[in-house]
Ligand binder design. Structure first.
Ligand code: PHB
Length: 392
């Protein structure tokens, strides 16, 4: 009888029963399932995240942390109803080693659930859903972007510092809009001001007339807003066309004017926003990154490109420490937690629940750029305290 080791038998049994994913084949490329919107209102955001991630891989000869990488792209359409089936395709049919995604705060929850249940590392390159790094934090979930609370908190602080006492928040009716509104409210409150109204439009609708018609009657001195992508283009144009800007300035989380200044045109001129990135940030990494991104894509880099690139840098830190084994979960996570990510936004580290601690810049849209004009909140951490991470 041939000798079969107990380990091999156990592994075979577990595989047959579908209980575990096969161990990394020696030398096989790491499979990254890239689930992003490549259609719909957030399509341009998904494209820039993917291009940023791919740029880092190209700069490292097709590898991250010394291991070759293959990408599997999936268009999630920013549709929460399709998210569980889409994630399942990546984890069960394509057997990916790592998940990268996504933009939309509702859609990301299916990815977070899979990462937690199947113990597959997940890198979130945008979606700010606070639960991902608060109540649902996990050793397997890492965010290279922001929590929805962070940029809006910075905007609230900046408005209050300028003497605004009452402001409203206008947004889409889903997690990102609601949670950024909470950040705005907290920022205003901490500066001695008040968020008096929250007005919403269903996602991804762009009929803003019903909310715009209410604004002049609210008695507010400013309107803050979360919209992004195609919706942000329309909202900024409609706000300008309504004539409200002369009396009630528009501001927001920086996504309002990020990557969309060209189509917004004159309607965006002078709008102030707060974000963890801005044009003209004067550090060597940013200058090199913007040049390389433009050369690769012919587009200008934006925050989404940065977040994709940095998700790659975080993954590379984990792979370097584990010699390419993303399934060595505890060593992989420990290395990413200890890493200082040399980002085009400025270097950052992660909080205990794996969300970036980062400076929120105050920017003003001028001549087609979101120019940094000050600091809205320095080294800002998401305030979540609910994270009790086993093994962290
Ligand atoms: C989100 O849904 O979390 C989201 C979407 C687009 C952004 C920012 C946040 O630009």
């Amino acid at each position: 009888m041939r000798h079969v080791s107990r380990r091999a038998m156990l592994a075979g049994a577990a595989l047959t029963a579908g209980l575990c994913r096969p161990a990394i084949a020696q030398g096989a490329p790491l499979k990254v399932g890239m689930m992003l919107p490549f259609s719909g209102t957030y399509a341009a955001l998904g494209e820039n995240i993917a291009a940023g991630f791919e740029l880092l891989i190209a700069e490292n000869d097709g590898k991250l942390g010394g291991r070759a990488v293959t990408l599997i792209r999936l268009d999630d359409e920013s549709d929460p109803a399709k998210a569980p089936a889409n994630v399942n395709r990546l984890t069960e049919r394509d057997n990916v080693d790592v998940l990268l995604g996504t933009v939309h705060s509702g859609v990301v929850m299916a990815l977070v659930q899979a990462a937690r249940e199947k113990e597959i590392p997940l890198f979130i390159p945008n979606a700010g859903n606070v639960a991902a790094t608060r109540d649902l934090c996990s050793p397997h979930v890492f965010r290279s972007s922001f929590s929805n609370w962070q940029p809006a908190y910075g905007m609230g602080r900046a408005l209050a510092a300028r003497g605004v006492k009452k402001a409203a928040w206008v947004t889409w009716d889903y997690a990102a809009g609601k949670e950024s509104g909470e950040g705005f409210r907290d920022g205003l409150r901490d500066g001695g001001a008040e968020m008096t109204h929250l007005l919403t439009v269903p996602f991804p609708e762009t009929n803003f007339q019903p909310v715009l018609a209410q604004i002049s009657g609210l008695g507010v001195e400013a309107v803050g807003s979360f919209f992004a992508g195609g919706g942000a283009i329309q909202f900024v144009k409609d706000y300008a066309a309504s004539g409200l800007r002369a009396t009630i300035p528009l501001c927001g989380s920086g996504f309002l004017t990020e990557g969309v200044l060209k189509p917004q045109g004159a309607a965006a001129e002078g709008i102030q926003t707060a974000l963890h990135y801005g044009d003209g940030l004067d550090n060597a990494k940013n200058v090199a990154f913007r040049t390389a991104f433009k050369a690769k894509t012919t587009r200008d880099a934006d925050v989404y490109a940065v977040q994709g690139y940095d998700a790659g840098q975080m993954l590379a830190a984990g792979l370097t420490a584990t010699k390419g084994d993303a399934a060595a979960a505890m060593a992989f996570a420990a290395a990413i937690r200890a890493a200082r990510i040399d980002s085009p936004r400025g270097a950052f580290t992660l909080s205990a629940s794996h969300n970036p601690i980062q400076t929120i810049w105050l920017r003003e849209a001028r001549d087609g750029q979101n120019k940094v004009i000050g600091i809205a909140a320095k080294d800002l951490a998401d305030p979540g305290t609910g994270c009790k991470m086993a093994g962290a």
